[in-house]
Design a protein. Structure first.
Length: 174
């Protein structure tokens, strides 16, 4: 009750502080830079190895474990996750945020090349090393459906696409 009594006694000071906080907040929001498509670098690298006709257990022992052993020697790795499914192995390597993704890709390529001797000889394709690039993924997916005629729905879809693709509309909404 001590704080509330002090606030009531000094209501003009509390009102002035609230007004200052509100003005600073609005000013910060207005001058905050906004980009329609910012470049977001995610330090994830995928190693995908197809091996058709092989069970998940064999994939794990023949492909995933040898690759993981070599990849564990990488520096600045936060986490290594793997999935062994029928016919393929997928290893996800998460690097620290400050790591240069191009250097990380090269280091992963080098380690995978070192591990090729431990992989089965009848492996048709070499492991694929991929970077996860968020700019290749859509930000939003919208489906248009309803009990209207298909031509009306397609027209509605085209109109929404025009509105959403205009950078001014997107930047105003957020």
């Amino acid at each position: 009750m001590l704080i509330s009594n002090a606030a009531i006694d000094r209501r003009s000071t509390v009102f002035a502080l609230m007004l200052i906080i509100l003005i600073v907040g609005i000013y910060s929001y207005v001058v905050l830079p906004r980009e329609s498509s910012p470049d977001i670098t995610v330090p994830y690298v995928l190693v995908v190895t197809p091996y058709e006709g092989v069970t998940p257990e064999d994939i794990e022992s023949l492909i995933t474990h040898p690759l993981e052993r070599k990849l564990k020697g990488l520096k600045d790795v936060e986490e290594i996750r793997s999935v062994s499914a029928e016919g393929s192995s997928m290893i996800t390597i998460e690097f620290a945020p400050e790591v240069d993704i191009d250097n990380a890709l090269q280091k992963v390529r080098d380690k995978v090349d070192q591990a090729k001797g431990d992989l089965p000889n009848d492996l048709e394709d070499d492991p694929s090393i991929l970077e996860i690039n968020l700019s290749e993924f859509p930000i939003m997916m919208i489906a248009v459906s309803g009990d209207k005629d298909e031509t009306v729905l397609k027209l509605s879809q085209k109109n929404w696409k025009i509105v959403l693709n205009s950078s001014q509309a997107c930047l105003m909404w957020f």
